[in-house]
Write a protein that binds this ligand. Structure first.
Ligand code: 6R9
Length: 582
């Protein structure tokens, strides 16, 4: 039987206090995610239960119990404290999905500091922008990635501690500290920070259309949202072996790749190696994975490799599948039902800002392939008319996905950007403070996505309402790419848009004009691509560069991405009367 017995009943009898019951939580207990995911699971008698099954490149394989999680997170907390890190300080985690990533995440929270996880494939410029924005005090990284930190550290006066968590200590440079938690003395006791429901926990950077990425700030009480959605939607039970394929550099990898499963005391698996379909199937088979949370791009890549390959593995332990990050096409849902013992992927919709799932398909509910499902019980959702911003009443009419504020895992602010936070709420007064906004049930938080609702209440995704590019489930901001492009010596002006892609949904395409003295060539194209890959990330790297004599602009001189994007997607370019013909 699934954890959510009936969607209708759950909706009617809903209260967020149910999350406390699910965790068997008593008033007065310590509300600290770091401790709740480790110490508390040990206290309930599961100290020896496996918490993490980890596999890396080659044959590397490790297993850790909840007691190991407890001790190693204590180790990080204690070490950071000794380094002078205080509650509220931002501590960046910049590493591949190695075990220390998971231990340090919990350790930072136990100390009361704010965990700022960043995707390890980020180049030095992506890293710099985010560390500068957050005034980050310490960074935990590895020998492989510390090079990028060295390049930018002189530009970051507030970055005091550069900590390398594995590799050869002899290779460190001046000002860097080595700390390998597994070989350091074991820390049995740590005085965990007494966080309350509004104490900051995690700062995740996410891209918007304009400006540099914004830091969405979360708090310790987000755990209620993460715990209940994990229980009801991912349906985790005590004996499940769960695999979330996301990297904790992105919100799915923390909300559902750390917090949700561990606060429930579930065993989870992490695969830190490149993607191949057979490696993934092997991983499921070897570890007897039962619940799997992944993303449409991966599912489409598996699909491309065919049904025969699936048949070579014993995947009979799988019992529940879910997906997030981008539109899950109907074909992928149907295909998964055909090849995975009748199991269809359950689509879930949410964002960095929402902190937890908002619109979902539940176990036991009829899946309509291609639909994101229905709002999670306790979430009041709608789609708002594109013009009037009133809830759309007609089934099938497209509008903006919006939510009434007040759910526990909602972001509390954009770091140092209250105006942008405010701009996400329809109906907000100009001087409203973040706390007033997030508690006001008369406002709508607008997600920036478009959808329609059918007559039975199922949500159907239509597209983003802005220019943010979603490549393989990862958001990249066009502005960030354009800013980096114009730093290239040959480029005068640049525009970046999403171009359709069979597997990744979108990839980045750049349109550029060159400075006098530069000629278009294949070599130059390659050089520009590498320039972006190194500075930003492989995700942000344009897969194609088109040289233009001039870029389409408004009469006031703003580049019109919308026009370029419409051409790329073969869509109607709309009203172009306001474009300059200079
Ligand atoms: C969790 C996460 C959020 C954006 C979101 C939307 C897209 C997420 C989706 C989906 C269609 C789904 N998105 N889930 N689009 N169907 N089921 O991905 O957070 O990185 O902030 O991205 O991703 O555009 O607004 P984040």
């Amino acid at each position: 039987m699934s954890n959510i017995e009936s969607y209708e009943k759950a909706k009617n009898d809903f209260s967020w206090d149910i999350a406390r019951d699910v965790l068997n939580w008593k008033d007065g207990e310590l509300l600290n995610i770091g401790a709740m995911c480790s110490d508390r699971i040990c206290d309930r008698g599961d100290a020896d239960k496996t918490a993490l099954i980890w596999e890396g490149f080659g044959d590397r394989k490790e297993k850790y119990t909840f007691n190991d999680l407890r001790i190693y997170s204590n180790g990080f907390a204690q070490f950071l404290k000794a380094q002078g890190i205080e509650p509220g300080d931002r501590v960046c985690i910049f590493m591949d999905k190695i075990p220390s990533l998971y231990f340090s995440f919990l350790g930072i929270l136990k100390l009361g500091a704010i965990a700022q996880p960043l995707f390890s494939a980020f180049g030095d410029e992506s890293l710099e922008v985010r560390l500068a924005s957050a005034n980050t005090k310490a960074i935990l990284t590895t020998r492989k990635h510390v090079r990028k930190v060295r390049k930018i550290k002189d530009k970051l006066p507030e970055l005091k501690n550069i900590i390398v968590v594995e590799g050869d200590p002899a290779k460190l440079k001046e000002g860097e500290v080595f700390f390998d938690v597994e070989s350091a003395p074991k820390i049995e006791e740590f005085d965990v920070f007494k966080s309350d429901s509004e104490s900051p926990s995690v700062l995740h950077y996410t891209s918007g259309t304009t400006g540099q990425p914004k830091g969405a700030l979360h708090v310790h009480s987000s755990v209620w949202g993460q715990a209940l959605t994990t229980s009801w939607v991912l349906d985790l039970k005590d004996d499940d072996i769960y695999w979330c394929t996301a990297d904790p550099g992105w919100v799915t990898g923390t909300s559902y790749g750390i917090i949700g499963p561990w606060v429930l005391g579930t065993t989870q698996c992490v695969l830190d190696s490149g993607f191949t379909s057979s490696r993934w199937y092997q991983f499921i088979q070897d570890n007897k994975i039962s619940v799997w949370y992944s993303a449409p791009t991966a599912i489409r890549a598996l699909m491309k490799d065919g049904n025969e390959l699936v048949g070579k593995f014993d995947l009979s332990t799988l019992r529940h599948l879910a997906s997030v990050g981008e539109p899950l096409n109907a074909e992928a849902v149907i295909w998964s039902g055909e090849v995975f013992n009748g199991l269809q992927f359950h689509d879930t919709f949410w964002q960095t800002e929402t902190g937890a799932m908002m619109i979902t398909n539940f176990p036991g509910m009829e899946i309509r392939p291609g639909s994101m499902g229905m709002p999670f019980p306790g979430i009041s959702a709608s789609v708002l008319d594109l013009e009037s911003h009133e809830p759309v009443t007609e089934p099938g009419k497209v509008g903006l996905i919006a939510f009434r504020p007040g759910w526990p895992s909602m972001f509390r602010s954009y770091w140092k950007q209250p105006d942008i936070y405010r701009s996400k709420f329809v109906g907000a007064t100009e001087d409203a403070m973040p706390d007033e906004l997030r508690m006001n049930p008369e406002l709508w938080y607008v997600s920036g996505d478009r959808a329609s609702i059918d007559k039975d209440g199922y949500y159907w995704f239509v597209g983003r309402d802005d220019d943010v590019i979603n490549t393989g489930g990862h958001l990249v901001g066009p502005f960030e790419i354009e800013s980096a492009l114009v730093e290239h010596e040959a480029i005068a002006e640049a525009a970046a848009v999403g171009k359709p892609d069979e597997v990744n949904m979108e990839v980045v395409k750049a349109f550029v004009t060159l400075k006098p003295g530069y000629e278009p060539s294949d070599d130059l194209e390659l050089d520009i691509m590498n320039f972006i890959r190194k500075r930003l990330s492989p995700l942000a790297m344009p897969q194609e560069i088109e040289y233009m004599d001039r870029l389409p602009k408004t009469r006031s001189g703003k580049i019109v991405r919308r026009y370029l994007k419409a051409i790329e997607w073969g869509e109607d370019v709309g009203d172009i009367s306001s474009l300059s013909d200079e």
